[in-house]
Design a protein around this ligand. Sequence first.
Ligand code: FAD
Length: 260
Amino acid sequence: DRVPHPLRADRSKLYMADLESALHYSLRVEAARASSLSGAQLAAFKCYVATLVKYFPGRPCVQTYLQTLDAWLRNWTEPELPRTVLKEAMKNNRDASHPSVLPTNVTWVGCQGSERHFRGYPCGLWTIFHLLTVQAAQNGPDKELPLEVLSTMRCYVRHFFGCQECAEHFEAMAAKSMDRVASREEAVLWLWSHHNEVNARLAGGDTEDPKFPKLQWPPPDLCPQCHKEERGVHAWEEPAVVTFLKAHFSPANIYMDYAE
Ligand code: FAD
């Protein structure tokens, strides 16, 4: 079941198609699986949308979409939110003077796998959260609410991420060290280093796309200055990694190339 590559994606770029596809899937499919949301699950959903409104650098129609949904959710004060009602609230509105639109199709570009069951959504979700941690670090006071984005991600993954085993692994990592994160910049590094921990664990396994082997990221060809050697052992040059992550996960590095 091979999928032809729609375009030669550049590993040094982010693609808006991946980000919007992951947003569509997470909001309208993954988070809307339960027949209704309530309690901690409803709170996790509201928190995810509020964080996206604050930090997701989307196209104007997508920003409007997220703001409209956030305002609607803030108005929803009943303890239970039925899926049918939520689904209605998540529809696009193209007619308004400020169209509120999040594409309803899924198009993977940078996250396209060599076969259908590889990559795609999980790749898009990681990318969204790296982007959010970096945008929160660039656009907020470093020492205030250092865990704002990471705790949103932790709640999202715990309550909604479809891969149960993944969610348990992530929760174990979070419980071990997330609360030691003391600044927004440390949050960027926490997510980067723990994603690399996941990459190391999954390398060579059967979920690995052979065309996209799991590696310690960013590899030397993407960021030579991120790597160094200490007494013959590989080490990360952390200040260079921070600089790289801030440039990689920036609005200026998001490309509008679409597969269709
Ligand atoms: P991904 O790992 O999805 O990475 C996406 C993109 O992010 C890469 O293409 C690269 O550009 C960039 N990137 C890679 N590493 C880093 C880094 N360290 N920092 C910043 N950017 C980076 N799968 C399992 O089989 N078992 C699990 O336990 C599991 N746990 C997961 C937990 C979470 C929270 C998530 C979101 C996914 C999890 N997955 C798990 C899925 C797995 O991590 C990959 O997302 C999936 O295999 C697709 O891999 P990929 O090659 O597209 O790259």
